[in-house]
Design a protein around this ligand. Sequence first.
Ligand SMILES: C[S@@+](CC[C@H](N)C(=O)[O-])C[C@H]1O[C@@H](n2cnc3c(N)ncnc32)[C@H](O)[C@@H]1O
Length: 225
Amino acid sequence: MEKLNPLKKIFNKFYYELFIENFKEKVVYDFPQDYFRWDLIDYLIKKYDYKDYLEIGCDRDQLFSRIKLKNKIGVDPYSGGNVRKTSDDFFLENNKSFDLVFIDGLHTYAQVKKDILNSVKFLNTNGIILVHDCLPDTMSKQAVPRYKMQWNGDVWKAIVDLRQNPDLDIYTCEMDQGIGIIKKRNNTSILKLSTEIEKLKFKDYFNNYKEYMRVINLDEFKKKF
Ligand SMILES: C[S@@+](CC[C@H](N)C(=O)[O-])C[C@H]1O[C@@H](n2cnc3c(N)ncnc32)[C@H](O)[C@@H]1O
């Protein structure tokens, strides 16, 4: 996990609050306290008999070590997994395809969007892409540049952006920091945005996140997938 320089943290906080946004309200989610990303992945692996797993961003293998598949690849430039590369470098040379991709690398809008679109290229028919950290509860946890240790980044913007894509069907499950679910098929609910992604603020997210992210709870997820 990236170490944050204390001076940089203070600078980034002031910069963000002064020049980008200063919005204090907090979203209250109903995340299950006994069901986590590894449980969701285990559910999908069993239900669809998935064999090939890719994880982008592994840290200390908190998730990667729990994946009960022989064919698993974990990509991280610094720690964990079994491929020591950035996701961009990995996709440049990759020729394998996957049933399940878990995206949890660099949590910035542009990088997550790139990770999603690259994953789509290598996704098997009937495969699923999951994206971690889609539901931040405060402005500070999603601020880029980062100044909080506990950080979701602006992953949510990548979901909002791609909810407009006619060829991707996307939901977000209200659990474990918010998990985006992406299927390569016709978009059954195309989002119509009146603001450019770059101009969206946390305040917009706060007021519209259920629609923007197409939020479903775990029971709804299990009925749909
Ligand atoms: C939040 S951690 C991953 C946690 C893990 N997936 C889990 O479920 O507990 C994010 C990881 O992304 C890695 N990372 C940062 N930039 C990356 C990049 N460009 N490509 C792939 N991984 C990256 C970091 O080194 C860090 O280990």
